[in-house]
Design a protein around this ligand. Structure first.
Ligand code: NDP
Length: 341
């Protein structure tokens, strides 16, 4: 019989690519959304744009903040990809606003998976749960052994929410009898093709650049990865015998915001006058952040280069990553095709 995989947050950018990859690999997919009436057909249409037959996707309701729906959603599934978690472009004032759905939602999903006898859960965490430790030497290369220090006061609510959710999940499986096996994927800044105009924050940044919202870029740089690689790694991690109990950094190189702008302009030359024209001095960014809330989350990043080692995903899962330029170019092309830049 064909195995069914539960994918949480089926409306999301990464989740839709995971669903497409699962269907390509012959799995049946059940996806959770907050509002099936509003989202079911949109999810199927978007996944079909990845070139797969998507009409058989089952869509059910489950909210990260509520208990209802999770038990029924998990029933009869062999695996779960827990991808849902809020990723807002503007940080809320309170950490709890993101921690409640991120950590509480992960525990709801894991509890339902345990009760339904799901074999393995793959959790979508982030490099942000890895790269903000304390007391590390300059130039440290981040690996799966590193953890963000949530007692740091300079991390954003989003960073705290992803770290605390991942920690709670490892804790849950360590302490719970008959808990499913857990694998965690920690992607960098995810680029690659959008399947519909419901954009993730990581593509909204590109859209804003393409629309000329940032005449100049703050001096920030982050690890990048293509969404098609993130999806492939989730599906490999779901069954690979050596993946159980492991974290996998999903990143390939890095890109600065200014460099991302240049990639967009190389791909879509008519946007050359819209993308950032220079890198802003850090002092200027700090001053502007007083007025522009969106800039506040980049303040701890100014001038900092964080590098991640993807050896484990390459060697254990046998994955080959696309280069960042290809991921960014594919994202730009897709936004143009969707007529959003
Ligand atoms: P999206 O914003 O596209 O997806 C987020 C998903 O979470 C949406 O399906 C959203 O549902 C769902 N969600 C948010 N709040 C709730 C809630 N209360 N109940 C149910 N569902 C909820 O972002 P991405 O696809 O990029 O992100 C997916 C995951 O990947 C997240 O866990 C994110 O932290 C992680 N990630 C993303 C990176 C990136 O650069 N994009 C990098 C590293 C990690 P709805 O459509 O209803 O809002």
């Amino acid at each position: 019989m064909t195995d069914t995989v539960l994918v949480t947050g089926a409306t999301g950018f990464i989740a839709k690519h995971c669903i497409a990859e699962l269907l390509r690999n012959g799995y049946r997919v059940r996806g959770t959304v907050r509002d099936p009436v509003r989202s079911a057909e949109n999810v199927k249409r978007a996944v079909a744009r990845a070139g797969v037959e998507a009409s058989g996707i089952e869509i059910v309701a489950a909210d990260l903040l509520k208990d209802e729906g999770w038990a029924a959603a998990a029933q009869g599934c062999r695996y779960m990809l827990h991808v849902a978690s809020p990723f807002p472009i503007t940080q809320p004032n309170s950490r709890e606003e993101l921690i409640a759905p991120a950590r509480g939602g992960a525990l709801r999903a894991l509890t339902a998976a345990t009760k339904a006898g799901i074999e393995r859960v793959v959790l979508t965490s982030s490099t942000v749960a890895v790269m903000y430790g304390s007391g590390l030497p300059h130039g440290h290369i981040y690996t799966e052994s590193d953890w963000t220090d949530t007692s740091r006061t300079d991390i954003t609510p989003y960073i705290a929410s992803k770290t605390l959710a991942e920690k709670a999940t490892w804790d849950y499986v360590a302490k719970t009898q008959n808990a499913p096996e857990l694998v965690v994927v920690n992607p960098g800044f995810v680029q690659g093709p959008a399947l519909d105009p419901d954009l993730s924050t990581s593509l909204e940044v590109l859209q804003l650049m393409g629309k000329g919202a940032y005449p100049a870029a703050p001096r920030v740089e982050f690890p990048v990865v293509d969404v098609r690689d993130v999806a492939a790694i989730h599906v490999k991690a779901m069954t690979h015998p050596a993946a159980a109990g492991e974290r996998f950094l999903a990143t390939e190189g890095s890109a600065s915001l200014f460099g991302i702008g240049r990639c967009i302009a190389d791909e879509l030359p008519d946007l050359k006058g819209k993308v950032p024209k220079f890198e802003m001095p850090d002092l200027m960014v700090r001053a502007l952040a007083v007025f522009d809330k969106r800039l506040r989350s980049v303040l701890p990043e100014l001038g900092v280069v964080r590098r991640c080692d993807n050896t484990k995903a390459r060697t254990v899962l046998g994955h080959t990553f696309r280069p960042p330029e290809e991921a960014i170019a594919a994202a730009a092309r897709s936004l143009r095709k969707l007529k959003v830049i």
